[in-house]
Design a protein around this ligand. Structure first.
Ligand SMILES: CC(C)(COP(=O)(O)OP(=O)(O)OC[C@H]1O[C@@H](n2cnc3c(N)ncnc32)[C@H](O)[C@@H]1OP(=O)(O)O)[C@@H](O)C(=O)NCCC(=O)NCCS
Length: 169
């Protein structure tokens, strides 16, 4: 994709709530971005749970069904980003940032205290995005991920505290 197409495309992305109807398209995006893809059944199963929600990015001009999506699990007054993925040909055009902004807005609306996620120590793009959004490293899981060569890598656990936690905890 040329840079000007990307600028236009990202401006035209629409964010909608992720539903089971998106599961197959979300699985396609996941398969294009991760070595161990989640099936549409796994994604639909997660979405059927009352404490799981997500957002999907759709290109307004058509073409691919989804450019990216994010899945989040709520637990009391915290939430965990289960996965976020942007199609490789759409990466770097602001879609991931918009999906995360939507999750942060949702978390603020729900008056959550904090958001958590785990990220591969070698995932420079994701680490940069999360740091930019105010996430900070709070722990690590040695050997949590395995790369395509079979080598093990650390997961960095990151947390973003939110301004207005729910009262009465
Ligand atoms: C991580 C991911 C979701 C980011 O989505 P994206 O749409 O490409 O990111 P954006 O264009 O919104 O970029 C937002 C910020 O992320 C950072 N970033 C994005 N791509 C980057 C790259 N290749 N290198 C370094 N930083 C990068 C930058 O800080 C960027 O802000 P800037 O444009 O102001 O510099 C996407 O790259 C992806 O799907 N990767 C594969 C799946 C994955 O790793 N998911 C995360 C698992 S924890």
């Amino acid at each position: 994709m040329k840079w000007w197409q990307g600028l236009w495309a990202s401006a035209e992305v629409t964010l909608v709530s992720l539903t089971a109807e998106h599961a197959r398209d979300a699985a396609d995006v996941h398969a294009a971005t991760f070595a161990r893809p989640w099936t549409d059944g796994e994604i639909a199963d997660l979405l059927s749970r009352p404490n799981v929600f997500g957002y999907a990015a759709r290109p307004a001009q058509g073409g691919v069904a989804l450019t990216g999506f994010v899945l989040v699990r709520l637990a009391a007054d915290e939430a965990e980003i289960l996965t976020i993925a942007v199609r490789p040909d759409w990466q770097g055009y602001g879609v991931g940032r918009r999906l995360m902004d939507q999750v942060l807005a949702h978390a603020h609306r729900e008056r959550l205290a904090s958001l958590f996620l785990e990220v591969d120590e070698a995932n420079a793009a994701a680490l940069a995005l999360y740091r930019k959004l105010g996430f900070a490293a709070v722990g690590e899981r040695p050997g949590y991920y395995r790369d395509r060569q079979g080598d093990r890598r650390r997961a960095i656990v990151m947390r973003r505290d939110l301004a207005s936690p729910r009262k009465g905890r």
